[in-house]
Ligand binder design. Structure first.
Ligand code: SF4
Ligand code: SF4
Length: 364
């Protein structure tokens, strides 16, 4: 067994606790498991880690919980981490959409994957006093050809102030090296850059914002109000989900002049991103592909694979900030302002979205 690394701080139950908040597809579940293993195998601690997620689908919220205790103390609970010592936010777009900062105290170190400054993120997350660390994990992951979770792991190791970096390196070698030996260098580089490149800021409790107590998420539909037979009365699927947070730096770009309106992209896309409308193609009435609704696009790029004419190509999302302001059916955008702050490419043009809004009574 490894020599025990002393925990510098614990809660009243004797635990050091970490919570990761993410969106399916960014690797938070694996990162949580790795942090658990880091404590148990490489730091001589007792450790527990588990995740909570829904349909294991890209785009659904994911939480990972890690609990460590000293060697002599068993971990006797397996409930969610309510007041974490470290909170890792795997995507800045989570800010404001879900109560991801619930339970954060002045002792919590908040790590955010963002290219924004700590000052800006503090405002967006409405954080009271404490420490915030911003790391552009998406950019680093793309440059290092690794995944966001490796970079976030490096940032968590640094922010903790007591996890030995060598232990994390050993963990990555063991975990990734066994399965994907050819990817080991990329992952180690991602880990190192995550460790080195975070921007940290401490700020005083000043009463600008109020703390949000931890509470369990409540489902909109339960046994008492679910539709009879379990049928979903909404037209389309996942239309209320903003899937932009699931993208890992890439988006499909649409070159309309190359499109032959074959519809393959539409039948392949799992999230109804393509907006076909009655129109004309080669002088005949046809359903015409008018483009994408990036609000629903999770960046899986399956559409790029199937398009027979290269009318869809892989693009780097950050190279197209203008897409954010691209509005195809301008007259239909009645709630555009609501989405302007929701992150890059977060506009809504799909009929299915508007149908849902109408059902909710949110628009006429
Ligand atoms: S698969 Fe390509 S060519 Fe076919 S409709 Fe989609 S974008 Fe157009
Ligand atoms: S990348 Fe293509 S297939 Fe995947 S969600 Fe976006 S539009 Fe649909």
């Amino acid at each position: 067994m490894k020599e025990e690394v002393k925990l510098p701080v614990t809660n009243e139950n004797g635990y050091y606790e970490i919570r990761l908040e993410s969106i399916g597809g960014l690797g938070a579940n694996l990162c949580g498991k790795m942090i658990g293993e880091l404590g148990a195998v490489f730091m001589g601690l007792n450790a527990a880690s588990f995740s909570s997620y829904g349909s294991e689908k890209r785009g659904s919220p994911v939480k990972a919980y890690i609990r460590w205790s000293a060697q002599g103390q068993e971990i006797g609970i397996n409930s969610p981490v309510e007041e974490p010592h470290i909170l890792g936010l795997f995507h800045e777009a989570l800010a404001g959409k879900l109560p991801v900062t619930a339970g954060v105290t002045e002792k919590t170190k908040v790590i955010v994957n963002t290219d924004a400054s700590p000052m800006e993120m503090r405002k967006r997350l409405k954080l009271c006093g404490g420490e915030i660390i911003c790391i552009d994990a998406l950019k680093i992951a793309m440059e290092s050809k690794t995944r966001i979770n490796m970079v976030m792991l490096g940032a968590i190791v640094k922010a903790s102030g007591f996890i030995p970096f060598e232990a994390a390196e050993e963990l990555v070698r063991e975990t990734i090296g066994k399965k994907y030996p050819n990817l080991i260098q990329e992952n180690l580089e991602g880990l190192k850059r995550g460790y080195e490149e975070g921007k940290s800021m401490f700020f005083q409790e000043d009463g600008t914002f109020e703390r949000v107590p931890y509470q369990e998420a409540k489902n909109k539909w339960g046994y008492a109000n679910a539709p009879i037979g379990g049928a979903n009365p909404r037209i389309g699927s996942t239309v209320s989900n903003d899937l932009s947070a699931s993208r890992e730096g890439y988006i499909p770009l649409f070159l309309q002049e190359k499109c032959i309106n074959c519809g393959l992209c539409d039948t392949t896309c799992p999230d109804m991103v393509f907006q076909f409308k009655p129109g004309e193609y080669k002088g005949r009435p046809a359903m015409v592909n008018t483009g994408l609704d990036y609000h629903h696009c999770k960046g899986c790029l399956r559409c790029v694979d199937v398009c027979p004419t290269n009318a869809l190509v892989k693009g780097v999302e950050r190279e197209h900030p203008d897409l954010k302001w691209f509005v195809r059916n301008k007259d239909l955008i009645v709630d555009r302002l609501e989405y302007e702050d929701a992150g890059p490419n977060s506009w809504v043009t799909s009929e299915s979205h508007f149908t849902e809004k109408r059902i909710d009574g949110g628009m006429v």
